[in-house]
Design a protein around this ligand. Structure first.
Ligand code: SF4
Ligand code: SF4
Length: 637
């Protein structure tokens, strides 16, 4: 069997035919027969064409910075975007096969800015007055060095600020990219030279509309369409089950709908309306329903996000209880009722989309919907292939793509970007206002503050490194202080949206009073890693990964539902044991390892603990923990 590798670990290229000025999906250009040249792009390399609003955004941000002449150079050109690492939306911008820079969303200012690459600086230099002249007399290797204010001439009328990236023009004609430093007007270190080039980089005179790009890639598009159609046919024949298509209203499932339509008329298309869809998506699906010969079945979630969020808190990238309540539950119910003997469902999942999808199999049994087999015909397709297929077939796609969305999901999806959340605010202010009000209230009741919400920290339970740096720099408290004294627990279980385990249960235990202490005492269940900064602790217990957060949120991941449930119940009961401990000392005597002692009138577990959990059984507060907290919502999972 072919080994599956994560596309993020492979070097990524976009091929370009400079003769015809078109991106290529394979080495050969179908227009001129020539070979494409590799343009290195960030992994996983899921480049896509910029659609309406993104196109305007790129042109606006560049021309605001470098003047309107730039519009002339890129008129009639297809702009390619490619996701790059960053705090929020960050896209490499490629025009005429030149990676001219990066478009990034600033979560502080809530606006986009363009940062040129050295190739971009060289290409813009002839169009713009916004550049800094470097005086002569500098010697040696200059990249990485600083220019003093006396070394540079800022043209009249040009105003620069600290933090601005600038084009540097050297007396020998070399071009540089620099960044202006704080207090540059009086500094020996006014501009740092980030990069330099001798190359003459020019925009092409040849236009490249989408129709031309399709022609240049016709052969490859035919090959991948045939391969995906053959796969669909073979999968249907092998399965013998009724055929369904999962239609989300997004571009990938649109391709699947078209491909399956070409193979069979005997399929049912199912759209799960989570109740959190963008109105544009609902309108689009309704338009597709009218257009399609066969009905698109809409299955709607009956859950209300804000009611559920009062119990569970806001969903987060690593705490997506909403996927289960609003999506998985209605799918499972619909399939169970209508396909009692199972079905094969074709879905638009693609390997290049996300880390969690990178290692997927092409055909898989859905462990949460008995009898449902999921199959992914375009698993290996890249975004550019998807878009060229859609344009070549003249398919109508969701209007949200033209409004600047790169992926279509629920309007407030925590897995989305802050830039998309801002866009959702612009499109649907009332929806945004209600949810934002909830976020502010939730954060306030936990002493998390407005900045915590404004900068989007609510999207995580475990924060990425860059967000932790921002929190430190801006002095944002990340550790919630939960008020109230009564214990209560609620939970949701289902598919885990990550790559390591199959099953997760998300729960919230309200009423925890001494979170810091749990970092020590939960060692009775497994070796605990505790982060005070993040208000989070983790341990492994009976093969399950357990995370507990200061907010009271608990996430258990496991390969088995039964194990996950057992680990959650044990975790909750152990927390209650130590929260309600009356220091009776029974467990001190019970532990054969002598790992338990009383320190400052509290139970302390030391390093000799082997996490056997036997002391739990000797403790009355553990045994009677179900009298303190109603476990019925956990038992039902
Ligand atoms: S047996 Fe339970 S109540 Fe008694 S000291 Fe140990 S943890 Fe506390
Ligand atoms: S009985 Fe002792 S060794 Fe076992 S979990 Fe409790 S403290 Fe640790």
């Amino acid at each position: 069997m072919k080994k599956r590798t994560d596309p993020r670990n492979r070097p990524s290229y976009l091929r370009w035919c400079y003769e015809c000025n078109v991106p290529l999906l394979r080495k050969k250009c179908d227009l001129c027969g020539g070979k494409g040249v590799a343009v290195a792009i960030s992994s996983p390399g899921d480049a896509r064409p910029a659609l309406e609003e993104d196109r305007l955004l790129v042109v606006r941000t560049i021309s605001e910075e470098y003047g309107p002449q730039i519009k002339r150079a890129i008129k009639g050109k297809t702009i390619i975007l490619n996701k790059a690492p960053g705090i929020d939306r960050t896209d490499e911008v490629i025009i005429d096969g030149i990676k001219i820079g990066v478009l990034e969303f600033d979560i502080f200012e809530k606006e986009f800015r363009f940062i040129p690459s050295i190739e971009g600086c060289a290409a813009f230099e002839r169009f713009t007055k916004r550049k800094i002249m470097v005086k002569g007399g500098l010697k040696g290797h200059l990249k990485g060095k600083y220019l003093s204010y006396d070394d540079i001439i800022i043209p009249k009328g040009q105003v620069f600020e600290a933090g601005d990236y600038s084009i540097l023009l050297f007396p020998d004609g070399n071009i540089g990219k620099g960044i202006l430093k704080d207090g540059f007007q009086h500094s020996e270190k006014a501009v740092k030279i980030l990069d330099m080039t001798k190359e003459d980089v020019c925009f092409s005179k040849i236009t490249n509309p989408i129709e031309k790009i399709i022609k240049a890639n016709r052969g490859h598009l035919n090959i991948i369409e045939k391969e995906a159609s053959d796969f669909i046919k073979e999968t249907i024949d092998a399965s013998g089950k009724p055929v369904t298509v999962a239609f989300s209203g997004g571009k990938d499932s649109l391709v699947i709908l078209e491909l399956v339509k070409g193979v069979t008329n005997e399929s049912e298309t199912i759209f799960i309306d989570t109740g959190l869809e963008f109105p544009e998506t609902v309108a689009y699906v309704s338009m597709m329903q009218k257009k399609a010969k066969k009905k698109i079945r809409c299955v709607r979630s009956t859950k209300d996000l804000l009611t559920e969020a009062e119990v569970f808190g806001p969903p987060a990238k690593d705490y997506r209880w909403c996927c289960k309540t609003h999506k998985l539950a209605p799918v499972a119910e619909y399939i169970g009722l209508n396909y009692p003997d199972g079905c094969i469902t074709f879905e638009g999942k693609r390997r290049y989309e996300s880390f969690s999808r990178a290692l997927s199999r092409r055909v898989d049994n859905n462990p949460f919907v008995p009898g449902q087999t999921s199959a992914y015909p375009i698993l290996e397709w890249r975004s550019l292939e998807v878009w060229l297929f859609i344009f070549s077939k003249g398919l109508r796609y969701n209007s949200l793509y033209d409004k600047g969305f790169e992926r279509i999901g629920c309007w407030m999806c925590p897995a989305g970007l802050d830039s998309e959340f801002e866009k959702a605010k612009e499109l649907h202010p009332e929806k945004h206002r209600k949810f934002y009000k909830f976020l502010l209230g939730w954060a306030d009741s936990r002493d998390l503050g407005k900045k915590y919400v404004r900068l989007g920290f609510w999207r995580w339970k475990s924060y990425p490194k860059k967000m932790l740096e921002i929190a430190r720099e801006k002095e944002i408290n990340l550790v919630p202080h939960v008020k109230g004294s009564k214990y209560s627990v609620s939970s949701v279980s289902g598919i885990v949206p990550c790559h390591d385990k199959k099953f997760s249960i998300e729960a919230v235990l309200n009423g925890i009073k001494d979170f810091e202490r749990l970092g020590n005492v939960l060692n009775v269940l497994g070796s605990v890693s505790y982060s005070k900064d993040m208000g989070a602790l983790r341990f492994k217990s009976s093969g399950c990964d357990v995370s507990v957060f200061a907010s009271g949120h608990i996430v258990v991941k496991s390969d088995s539902k039964a194990d996950a449930k057992k680990a959650l119940i044990e975790t909750v009961r152990t927390i209650i044991r130590f929260e309600t401990c009356n220091v009776c000392g029974i467990c001190v005597r019970k532990c054969e390892r002598k790992a338990i002692s009383v320190v400052d009138d509290k139970i302390h577990i030391d390093g000799s603990c082997i996490h056997c959990g036997k002391c739990n059984g000797s403790c009355q507060t553990y045994v009677y923990s179900d009298k303190v907290v109603d476990m019925s919502r956990v038992e039902k999972v």
